[in-house]
Design a protein around this ligand. Structure first.
Ligand code: HSE
Length: 429
């Protein structure tokens, strides 16, 4: 580590300030990373309030100048967003043979195949440990170790904001909007929190893990994504009665001919590993044919953990450790056939609002049996003040397309309201 590397940093938000503060702390406490020089820090708005003093830092507002600057060896992109300036900066930097570090999962999930190919061609690093599960070193664990063990399933909790909201709701600690505000104040949520709530952020991350684990190309477009906005406290109450809780699960698995990539809320058993993961904590479970099951758990968001992962990527470059960005050359990665969610089978929780009249339940069960769906258990809540009752059904495993056909029929029953909600049950995790 004798050469002095010159670093350009773009973006001084949650991740950027976490990273720069760590570097400054290291530099003032020891000589550990004395062979780096921060040449430029690009910010969009100099006046923005930040948890760092800008006065002694080499600030610029010309972000793209980092890609062209001949003195910069390593560009660290911490702006975010799947297109725009972040994309241009990374593409140009790699083309100009600069090493790149990014925390940008959205950009990698959408443009990662192209960017990895440019990095490969120019023999430079494209490191992104902070992009998946914040401080948990899951990218390196999968890319450099576990993938040789025939991974067949990788899943878990990859969005801290959603887990924070769901576990607070689970314990009746406020309503959705207030808890989300809290997560935003704590710096977990994305600038546009709909990326968290709608499952998109977790999908970006599972797509990256799927590509690393199964040696397939990144394919974000074919991934099934459903968020948590339809979950309410009554769902938690019913889940509890049935021995379950609710989490947003990101899942990737491989079978002989195809790959599953999906993100959606799930009923999971209270005793499951992921049910014990609370607040903004992330957890990833890797199952493989050689060593069985590995569980990774830790802080998945926030300034400190993500900043630490960026720092570990930087140390890899300083040490001269080079890895192909996606583990294998892009030309050797396969294009996977991603399963359509409607072709998959699950058990289901079904919540139906209906008039409290004789015969309604019989009609619902007729609609279900017309699609060969059988009922495992029923909870019927007596109506309070209104004539509407709530019928909760747990359904045996059935193909999703069959369930959707049955729901269409149920919605046509005269005494059933339009509110027919279902949540998939994952009994195997
Ligand atoms: N918004 C993300 C989360 C930040 O809540 O997990 C970390 O990627």
């Amino acid at each position: 580590m004798n050469k002095t590397y010159s670093v350009g940093i773009a973006g001084l938000g949650t991740v950027g300030t976490g990273f720069v503060n760590q570097i400054l702390k290291f530099k003032s406490n020891s000589q550990k990373i004395a062979n780096i020089k921060i040449s430029k820090i690009a910010v969009k708005n100099i006046r923005k309030k930040r948890n760092i003093k800008l006065s002694n830092l080499p600030i610029t507002t010309n972000t793209l100048s980092l890609a062209k600057d001949k003195n910069i060896d390593i560009v660290i992109e911490l702006i975010g967003g799947s297109s725009g300036v972040a994309y241009k900066l990374i593409r140009e930097s790699l083309k100009n043979k600069k090493h790149v570090i990014t925390a940008n999962k959205a950009l990698l999930a959408v443009h990662g195949n192209e960017l990895a190919q440019i990095a490969e061609k120019n023999n430079v690093s494209l490191n992104y440990e902070a992009a998946v599960a914040g401080g948990i070193p899951i990218v390196k664990a999968v890319r450099e170790n576990l993938r040789y063990n025939n991974i067949y399933k990788i899943y878990g909790i990859l969005n801290g904001t959603c887990n924070y909201i769901l576990t607070k709701m689970e314990n009746d600690k406020g309503d959705f909007k207030d808890i989300l505000k809290d997560a935003q104040n704590k710096g977990f949520a994305e600038i546009d929190p709909s990326f968290d709530i709608n499952g998109i952020d977790a999908a970006h991350k599972i797509v990256i893990l799927s590509s690393l684990a199964f040696n397939v190309k990144l394919d974000f477009k074919s991934t099934f994504i459903e968020g948590i906005s339809k979950i309410d406290s009554a769902d938690f109450k019913y889940a509890r009665e049935l021995g379950y809780t609710i989490r947003l699960i990101a899942m990737a698995s491989i079978s002989k001919n195809s790959v599953q990539q999906r993100v959606h809320p799930c009923f999971i058993k209270k005793s499951s590993d992921v049910a014990k993961v609370v607040d903004e904590t992330n957890a990833i479970i890797v199952q493989d044919k050689s060593i069985g099951k590995n569980i990774f758990q830790g802080p998945g968001a926030g300034s400190g953990p993500t900043g630490a992962s960026v720092l570990s990527d930087l140390m890899d470059i300083l040490r001269g450790t080079r890895n192909l960005p996606l583990g294998t050359a892009i030309s050797k990665k396969l294009k996977a056939k991603i399963d359509n969610i409607e072709d998959l089978s699950f058990s289901y929780y079904l919540r139906i609002k209906a008039k409290d009249k004789p015969g309604v339940l019989a009609k619902i069960s007729k609609a279900l049996s017309s699609q060969k769906i059988s009922i495992e258990s029923i909870i019927q809540n007596p109506p309070v003040q209104t004539q509407n009752a709530e019928i909760i059904l747990v359904l045996h495993k059935t193909k999703e397309s069959m369930l959707l056909s049955a729901i269409k029929k149920i919605r046509k029953i005269k005494d059933v309201g339009s509110s027919v909600k279902f949540i998939r049950i994952e009994n195997s995790i």
